[in-house]
Design a protein around this ligand. Structure first.
Ligand code: ADP
Ligand code: MG
Length: 165
């Protein structure tokens, strides 16, 4: 796991389960207001990672692709909320502006798939994850943090990625 710089963790996952486990560690550390952006082509492992995140966060709901309704809300026993947005089908910036990100971030953490489709609206401070298909079972995941809160999440990932996964 080469550390490119202090704000980046580069990780090579060798299986869907390993991707889920990394997600679980991240999900367990999530707090209200945190933003996770997932950039990667179809099959790169975005949904697999979200499954782990939701599990680690303690979701009572299972993860599904929010392709048509744009945002899924997952619940937890303590009434916590986790927002899962898919910007793939956003047609216009106008439509994106109608999404009330501020209300979501006041209520929980937010995961955004296809964040590059709403670039101007993505909160400045986030954990940006770039996922890449390497081989059948390998996916490269690059985590980049902006702001001190997300740098804390990066530390969690650094420990998880370096430890026994
Ligand atoms: P996306 O949401 O980015 O389209 P998915 O998570 O839905 O991607 O799909 C990833 C596919 O790749 C799944 O079929 C999964 O089983 C497979 N896969 C193989 N290796 C991995 C890996 N290391 N991490 C995540 N997914 C993997
Ligand atoms: Mg997906």
């Amino acid at each position: 796991m080469p550390i490119l710089d202090v704000n980046t963790v580069d990780f090579l996952s060798h299986s869907p389960d390993q991707t889920r486990r990394i997600g679980e560690r991240l999900g367990g550390a999530l707090q209200t207001g945190d933003v996770i952006c997932l950039q990667g082509d179809l099959g790169a492992g975005k949904t697999t990672l979200v499954q782990g995140i939701a599990q680690g966060w303690g979701s009572l709901d299972s993860v599904s692709s929010p392709t048509f309704i744009l945002v899924n809300i997952y619940r937890r026993a303590d009434q916590g909320q986790l927002f899962h947005m898919d910007a793939y089908r956003l047609d216009s910036t106008l439509e994106a502006e109608e999404l009330d990100l501020d209300s979501m971030l006041a209520a929980g953490a937010l995961i955004i798939e296809w964040p590059e489709r709403m670039s101007g609206l993505v909160p400045e401070e986030q954990l940006w994850v770039t996922l890449e298909h390497v081989t059948d079972l390998e996916r490269r995941m690059k985590f980049q943090a902006t702001g001190s809160r997300h740098a804390d999440l990066l530390e969690v990932l650094r420990t998880a990625a370096g430890g026994d996964n």
